[in-house]
Design a protein around this ligand. Structure first.
Ligand code: SF4
Length: 367
């Protein structure tokens, strides 16, 4: 099924003296003539306004383990209804979801879904949260915001998986309604952001600091380590020191493995030893919860009590075992509070992935 574009009127823009309209959603500040689209492709000027063309449109839905976002300290073991739209406001050469994020065709938007329908389907499927992922929700934040509001009415939480490249106004409006975020901290040099993603580091740091220090949103960070580009001891040392100094020791960090993709096929996959080295540096600098990701590594994927040192959760990729956290988030052995959002026993979703077509009866597809 091919779904036509929508034209949702937006408010995050202003008129320039030369007659163009400037989008205020992200630091790019695209200035548009009538009919033009921004770099993200999905925000477009139509007449005297900028519209969002993907409101109510999705590239597909899937029930995932929450650990896949990755979030290791947010309702562990639970399932999350995940979806994305099309387009992106970064141009990462290594993009692992480029078929969605770089889409210039609305025919990737095969599913039509109102916020209320998404919330109802998540409820019926037993998901504890809905995640805006696969491409960056910054560019469709009005749709994500309204979906989060609809989810909250049913007791379902909302999760943003994002690069954090968003302006202060849109950020406040969007994250007022989010419960958790995994933010990509793609590197710790402006040079990397500039050369590899056509972006800047500072706005990302500002978003992360804002979320952790000014909002109740639960935040975890992810860094995809690319051999020779962002994996030096010096850079990881600076990044993890910044995290502890500015955010505190309780923000979990995930160091994940790169696989050659999109426009970056000349680099080898990340050796597991690089992830282990980064995790070690983070722990040494005071990060309490540091993880390796996209690899089988029981030690690097497990959660250890920072107080008494027992293993609280053993993880092998997305499969949990040996769970020793109380229903309200304390170490079963010593009673120390474990940072995160814990609400009842661990879920039992496991590593499954269940594609769902919202046009079909709930859960009918993918079985
Ligand atoms: S959200 Fe899109 S249109 Fe708006 S400034 Fe960013 S890239 Fe440009």
């Amino acid at each position: 099924m091919i779904v036509k574009e929508s034209a949702y009127p937006t408010t995050a823009w202003h008129a320039l003296p030369d007659g163009r309209l400037q989008c205020d959603v992200c630091p790019r500040g695209c200035a548009l003539h009538d009919g033009q689209r921004g770099l993200c492709f999905v925000r477009r000027r139509l007449g005297e306004q900028i519209v969002l063309t993907t409101y109510g449109r999705s590239s597909g839905f899937c029930v995932d383990p929450i650990e896949k976002k990755p979030l290791n300290h947010f309702l562990p073991g639970s399932s999350v209804l995940s979806f994305g739209t099309a387009g992106c406001n970064l141009t990462c050469r290594f993009c692992q979801n480029w078929d969605i994020s770089k889409s210039r065709e609305v025919d990737t938007l095969a599913d039509q879904a109102t916020p209320e329908r998404i919330a109802r389907v998540a409820d019926e499927l037993g998901c504890r949260s809905v995640a805006f992922t696969y491409n960056d929700p910054t560019i469709f934040y009005e749709y994500a915001r309204d979906t989060a509001i609809a989810c909250h009415e049913r007791g379902i939480r909302a999760v943003s998986v994002t690069a954090g490249y968003i302006s202060a106004g849109a950020r406040a409006e969007m994250y007022e309604h989010m419960d958790a975020a995994n933010v990509d901290l793609k590197a710790f040099t402006d040079d990397f952001y500039h050369r590899v993603c056509s972006a800047r580091l500072q706005p990302v740091l500002e978003t992360i600091e804002y979320l952790v220090t000014q909002t109740p949103v639960w935040v975890e960070l992810t860094t995809l380590l690319i051999p020779g580009l962002n994996d030096s001891d010096e850079e990881i040392d600076q990044m993890t020191s910044w995290v502890v100094d500015r955010l505190g020791p309780d923000v979990p960090m995930h160091f994940t493995a790169f696989h050659p993709d999109f426009k970056m096929r000349d680099r080898p996959p990340t050796p597991p030893a690089t992830l282990t080295r980064a995790r070690g540096l983070a722990l040494r600098n005071g990060v309490r919860y540091a993880y390796t990701g996209n690899v089988h590594d029981r030690g690097g994927g497990s959660t250890v009590c920072p107080s008494c040192g027992i293993t609280l959760v053993e993880r092998d990729w997305y499969t949990l075992s040996g769970y020793r956290i109380t229903d309200d988030g304390h170490c079963e052995a010593c009673g120390a509070r474990i940072a995160g959002v814990f609400d009842g026993p661990a879920g039992t979703w496991g590593a499954r992935r269940l594609p769902v077509r919202l046009a079909d009866p709930v859960g009918a597809a993918g079985r």
